[in-house]
Design a protein around this ligand. Structure first.
Ligand code: ATR
Length: 284
């Protein structure tokens, strides 16, 4: 999707994929720096490891404790750090790696743009309290949702997440703006988000317990899984009349944000990126 976007904007850039063993990650980042790459994306399991390997951390990476995007920057004679694209052919003596995280923003933009959800004041049921669930919960709370109902197979992980959110937002605002609770709500919700890995395999059941919660109680359902394009949860949600979207949008929007971080380009050709991602993921 990045190469399609580069082509559309006439940028002579290339996005390449490298498989790197975790034990070689530090060398790989230093190598990319030495070769004056514009930046990197990292995926599992490197996002957590890179946190302690980059030279500088953006607030987004600090907040999530993980890095999915690196931008290489050079130091100007005045001491200012600028993206390497600002240097043309004069090579800066000092280069640093600057870590960002665009995943949570990708989720929020996808919920708003692809599913038409207004997050401030929304009532949300979140399934999953693993890595993805934790990121989603914290970001949703930060966006000002009114209710957050947490459900997870392992109950004490949901309990733990509840107390993390409560303390994070109490400290910040001195009052919990979001009402967080455990278990399925009896009332209606504006949004259900699946952040579990249930649905990746064809034999997987829906992550939602339909004896405890009926999809007719929900207006919109988001599945962070994007392959298959329609999970059992999304098929059932559609049948119940909910608006639905898969996690493909999250993938595309986190990429769009990374694209801006590297290139400085605010007008990202998102539709082109989405088409390219769809083609590469589904047309096989
Ligand atoms: P990720 O980083 O993708 O979130 P993870 O941290 O391993 O991966 O979390 C996986 C999530 O899917 C967890 O919420 C997990 O539930 P548990 O905390 O109980 O393990 C959930 N999950 C995975 N397999 C599941 C299954 N068969 N039934 C229900 N939930 C499942």
């Amino acid at each position: 999707m990045h190469n399609a976007a580069f082509a559309e904007l006439g940028l002579n850039w290339r996005y390449l994929a490298y498989e790197v063993l975790p034990e070689n990650l530090r060398e790989a980042i230093e190598g990319a720096k030495a070769m004056r790459f514009a930046g990197l994306n990292l995926t599992v399991p490197h996002k957590l490891l890179a946190y302690n390997m980059v030279d500088a951390l953006d607030e987004s990476a600090k907040f999530w404790g993980a890095v999915n995007t690196i931008r290489f920057e050079g130091r100007k004679p005045g001491g200012e750090w600028l993206p390497l694209r600002a240097f043309d052919n004069d090579f800066p003596a000092d280069i640093r790696s600057h870590g960002f995280n665009t995943d949570a923003e990708g989720l929020v933009t996808s919920l708003e743009q692809d599913l038409g959800v207004t997050l401030p004041g929304a009532r949300v049921l979140l399934l999953g309290a693993g890595g993805a669930g934790r990121t989603a919960a914290l970001k949703l709370a930060e966006c000002g949702v009114a209710e957050l109902h947490l459900v997870n197979r392992t109950h004490n992980k949901a309990e733990e997440l509840l107390s993390v959110i409560k303390s994070a937002f109490k400290v910040k605002t001195h009052q919990p703006l979001v009402h967080v609770s455990l278990g399925y709500p009896k009332t209606e919700v504006d949004l259900v988000v699946n952040a579990t890995s249930l649905g990746l395999k064809p034999e997987d059941e829906s992550p939602l317990d339909d004896t405890a919660f009926s999809l007719t109680q929900a207006r919109a359902v988001y599945d962070m899984i994007y392959k298959p394009a329609e999970t059992k949860l999304l098929a059932a949600a559609k049948a119940a009349g909910c608006r639905t979207a898969s996690g493909l949008g999250m993938l595309v929007w986190q990429g769009a944000r990374a694209f801006t971080i590297w290139t400085g380009e605010e007008k990202v050709p998102v539709a082109t990126m989405r088409r390219a991602a769809e083609q590469s993921i589904y047309a096989r």
